[in-house]
Design a protein around this ligand. Structure first.
Ligand code: ADP
Ligand code: MG
Ligand code: ZN
Length: 418
């Protein structure tokens, strides 16, 4: 009965225990509660989940959430159940009985939120099943996964455009922490969100200090950095290959740092254990490939270190964004050397795919190099890449310790005088 439905601010305080919405959350929630579509670009930690969780509870029916990672679904559903929200998921890890139970709950209208893996929504049987219940909204989380040129492409996301035709009256909200114009446009086009309102938050993370150092002895540099600034703190170290991950984790352990390796080559149950130790214990350092971290909500990660050059500014921004979600001072530290550039260029040259694709990857790498090489404010460079102009920040290495500008005349004179 409509009269008994709670308002958005009642749900916010009574269910989630928060006093007020943050930033654009309220406007986004209002848009979706009213039945409109929304595209939300908001940095990691900005609070995207509430933007669809609150409307799912306020509106009649079930909010269907498309989320790319099975581990994430479990975490989100657990968190919702803990505050008394009726939530469940459908994915390939479930037994037939579990799936049955979830499906019956959905059809009976008992669920506020149902998390679904993207590959399920591609199938006609899932769509027919959903059509037999009442859908409050579709939320497409990590919507940049629809971008073929991006760094997290998932083919299953491409079929999500059909939801608009099949359910023209159900509001859809797409959310991502990737902010480039190109990704924004692709999300809007491919997910058929031409009538959506767009909400673009500031991508600045003022509490993160950006630092990029020349790489010479990366493992030693990393140990020094952690000892000096991250001792006993939770942190994430990103490396490009599984091999480097293993070796670096071992090196940190040998130096008395509680470090655990994480990459896609490790057994799923071990990865799950590593992830939950990181979330629950203090002061764990995870050494990982980029397989680690999407959607992980650990507020007190004090540093993110890269010992290999990321392939794109988007990736770098997302990975560093996992630091300091609690708003406290944190450091993003990157060691960068020419060898990385050579290696990444070779990977691009040898990568499968057409010329246009390789050109895109090369452009991504060039933007990353520009960030590493700039003598001006790192943050300003980063934000301008996302189309957001800003002033020098005063909280990055180049602001705090301006590099001596290269004076070509001195070596030239030396050269001439010998
Ligand atoms: P995102 O998906 O954008 O990375 P989350 O939705 O995971 O971010 O939210 C990040 C953190 O911020 C969570 O711990 C969440 O509980 C908290 N949060 C979100 N909105 C609010 C709010 N209005 N008031 C207080 N805390 C909030
Ligand atoms: Mg999220
Ligand atoms: Zn700066």
């Amino acid at each position: 009965p409509t009269a008994l439905r709670p308002t958005a601010s009642e749900v916010l305080s009574r269910v989630f225990g928060f006093d007020s919405f943050r930033g654009e959350q309220e406007a986004i929630v209002d848009q979706v509660v009213a039945g409109g579509d929304a595209v939300v670009l908001m940095p990691t930690g900005g609070g995207k989940s509430l933007c669809y969780q609150v409307p799912s509870i306020v509106r009649e029916g079930t909010g269907v959430v498309i989320s790319p990672l099975i581990a994430l679904m479990q975490d989100q559903v657990d968190a919702l159940l803990a505050v008394g929200v009726s939530a469940a998921f459908l994915n390939s890890t479930q037994s037939a009985e579990e799936r049955d139970r979830v499906e019956r709950a959905y059809l009976a209208g008992e669920l506020d939120l149902l998390y679904v893996a993207p590959e399920r929504l591609g199938s006609e049987s899932t769509k027919r099943f959903l059509a037999n219940g009442r859908i409050a909204l579709f939320a497409i989380d990590e919507a940049h996964c629809v971008s073929q040129w991006g760094h997290d492409f998932r083919p299953d996301y491409l079929s999500l455009g059909d939801l608009a035709e099949r359910w023209p009256d159900v509001p859809r909200i797409a959310l991502t922490a990737t902010a480039t114009d190109a990704t924004h446009r692709e999300i809007t086009d491919r997910l058929h969100l031409s009538k959506a309102r767009h909400f673009v938050a500031s991508f600045d993370r003022p509490n993160i200090q950006y630092r990029i150092v020349p790489k010479n002895e990366p493992r030693k540099q990393l140990v020094d950095f952690i000892r000096k600034e991250g001792a006993g703190q939770a942190g994430i170290v990103y490396a490009l290959s599984r091999n480097t991950v293993e070796k670096t984790a071992a090196h940190l352990q040998a130096n008395g740092i509680t470090a655990l390796p994480y990459h896609a080559g490790l057994d799923a149950s071990l990865r799950q254990r590593t992830q939950s130790r990181f979330l629950r214990e203090d002061g764990i350092v995870i050494v990982a490939t980029i397989a680690f971290g999407m959607g992980i909500d650990k507020p007190d990660v004090r540093f993110v270190a890269h010992i290999d050059l990321p392939k794109s500014v988007e990736g770098y921004y997302q990975e560093t964004g996992r630091a300091g979600r609690d708003g406290e001072a944190s450091v993003a530290w990157l060691a960068y050397g020419l060898q990385d550039v050579v290696q990444l260029r070779r990977m691009i040259d040898e990568s499968p795919g057409d010329l246009a694709h390789r050109r895109r990857m090369a452009a991504h790498l060039d933007a990353m190099l520009a960030l590493c090489e700039t003598v001006e404010c790192r943050r300003r460079n980063l934000l301008s890449y996302f189309g957001q102009p800003s002033e020098p920040c005063g909280n990055c290495d180049t602001c705090l310790d301006p590099p001596a500008v290269w004076d070509g005349t001195i070596p030239a004179q030396k050269l001439l005088s010998t």
